[in-house]
Write a protein that binds this ligand. Sequence first.
Ligand code: AMP
Ligand code: MG
Length: 493
Amino acid sequence: MSVAVGSLFTFDNSYARELGALCEPWQAAPAPAPRLLALNEELAAELGVDAEALRAPEGVAVLVGNATPEGASPVAQAYAGHQFGGYVPRLGDGRALLLGEVLDVHGRRRDLHFKGSGRTPFARGGDGKAPVGPMLREYVVGEAMHALGVPTTRALAVVATGEQVVRETMLPGAVLTRVASSHVRVGTFQYAAARQDPALVRRLADHVIARHHPDAAEAENPYLALYESVVDAQASLIARWMLVGFVHGVMNTDNMTISGETIDYGPCAFMDAFDPATVFSSIDHGGRYAYGNQPGIAQWNLARLAETLLPLIHADTDAAVEAATEVLSSFADRYGRYRSDGMRAKLGIPGTDEEDGSLIEDLLALLKAQRVDFTSFFRALSSSLRGDAAPARALFAEPDAFDAWSGRWRARLASRAADPRETAEAMDRVNPVYVPRNHLVDEALAAATAGDMEPFHRLLDVLARPFEVRPGLESYALPAPPSFGTYRTFCGT
Ligand code: AMP
Ligand code: MG
């Protein structure tokens, strides 16, 4: 089938048009022998593009950056960022390009973005390339997050370039096509603010208000309302991460979106045994981005965002600081509410009660003390409501402590006299059976790197319906065997 490259997407590139000072027109590096490894047909349909057309050689040429479709205006976006707390004034997409924006079938504006498409003016010492493994990792973890109901950027496709990439070993290279509601980051605001051009920050703020937080436009102080909206979106997002045991691993300000979508799946991983100190990234020596630190880090990043918005919030700096600080201080409450609502749902607890806080914290202390698998626990708990307490008790080395907690929990459930079976069903609708377990992701990516895509596609299929027990998939629900050892992930992939 022959496909006119120009007919694949209908672009409307507001970022390149309105914010030229924050990006550089650029072209992807040619890929010698592109081969489509994975295509997200569901997402293609949402974008209103025919998956068959994307699978055809002309479509693959577009997805790897070899053909620029009509209407695209590829740019490398500039940003700054605090990386592990240290400020870097000029980062930007060193190996990524914003191809353009499309309106999806629901009328939502979505970025189409390449990662691994060659060096850009922001590449610094990097090669601009990406290996197949990390790009497929972004694909599979992003899809898992999406299926879990966590706001996220998503992968449309991964195309092998046919070129080898030099890392510790030679690895096959790939380009990821990422779809996001935008790629504006806290670091984008930091970069704009550092230009000493207040009109530029205002243009950026107006752009994101229109795009992500339109209600703010109606507020008495639109920029303060924008800030509040971002604070709330991030409080909600981080709570969702915490509720599924997700560790992002590199929460630098350049990896935090203004939209409230999870972005940049580098050294991220899901926690097996519950422990707030969990860190996977090999470079996170101090545990700055440990599981339990994520809410505090998000708030720290949001303070960096506030600093960029102060001149827009109020002409008087003291007044601006006061107003922004009040909003920033609301993060803890907002996060706390999202998280306790989420925990109550996980535990099937109806309404609210003063004692719920201690019931939740005591449980988490127990899970930590006995190193209980976070994901398995909540499904085992709902089974106990159906009359089978054995799976839950089996997760504890000393089940007596669990029995005592469970007695309190059941008394709390009984206080509202809900049917236990219905409660168990409600719990199962929010507690996943399947999350991207580290050993399974590793296994799928190792196979893919060696040329076998079958385990990857199987894992993707499992993770697409995380709440539904499917016969034959028992092994996908289990934590890594002890032989898997301590899991380490790597940045700069
Ligand atoms: P990340 O840790 O993936 O968020 O990347 C941090 C920064 O390094 C971003 O500005 C990236 O664009 C840049 N970067 C990461 N890997 C490469 C690479 N291989 N070549 C060029 N730039 C890169
Ligand atoms: Mg990044």
